[in-house]
Ligand binder design. Structure first.
Ligand code: OFO
Length: 172
């Protein structure tokens, strides 16, 4: 059984994960229509991954006798100044999500809900990996510069990262 406070905190997080998925899908669409096919593939995959995060939370709440609900959300931004601008936004969004995951963890500990606390560890670790990946991409951008040759190279690299990335389905 999950407490009302934990259920509410996770329902807010479900909204944020769904919103993340939509934000990355909108970014992917911008990249695809601005010549960055590799970045688009990377962000479409990222969008799928965020949807899996949302599902993971939904299943967890429902399995613990709570009720996962969906919420309305803002339309994601559609315009970006450059590929670097896209990834700067990815980084600040992931930092926002990390803070939010930590808040859910805090609520679970205050409620003495150690099962949820344990479940949240997966997300805490996932955020370390996600932030570090985006830092790496931004570092490469700095190294290669904002000119067309640099961005072309980065786009190819992002395409290769997308091809290697497997979005794991939910475990049964
Ligand atoms: Fe990128 O984060 Fe979900 O949790």
């Amino acid at each position: 059984m999950i407490s009302k406070k934990v259920e509410e905190a996770i329902n807010v997080q479900i909204m944020k994960e769904e919103h993340s998925s939509r934000i990355y899908m909108a970014m992917a669409s911008w990249c695809e229509t601005n010549g960055y096919r590799g970045a688009a593939d990377f962000l479409y995959k990222q969008s799928d991954e965020e949807r899996m995060h949302m599902l993971k939370f939904i299943k967890f709440v429902n399995d613990r006798d709570g009720y996962a609900v969906l919420s309305p959300m803002e339309t994601p931004p559609a315009q970006y100044k450059s590929l670097r601008d896209v990834f700067n936004h990815v980084l600040s969004h992931e930092e926002f999500i990390t803070a939010s995951i930590n808040q859910v963890y805090e609520v679970s500990l205050k409620e003495k809900d150690y099962t949820t606390g344990n479940f949240m560890q997966w997300f805490i670790n996932e955020q370390i990996e996600e932030e570090s990946t985006v830092h790496g991409i931004l570092d490469q951008m700095k190294l290669l510069g904002d000119d067309k040759a640099g961005m072309f190279h980065i786009d190819k690299e992002l395409g290769a990262m997308a091809a290697a990335k497997v979005v794991a389905p939910l475990a049964e």
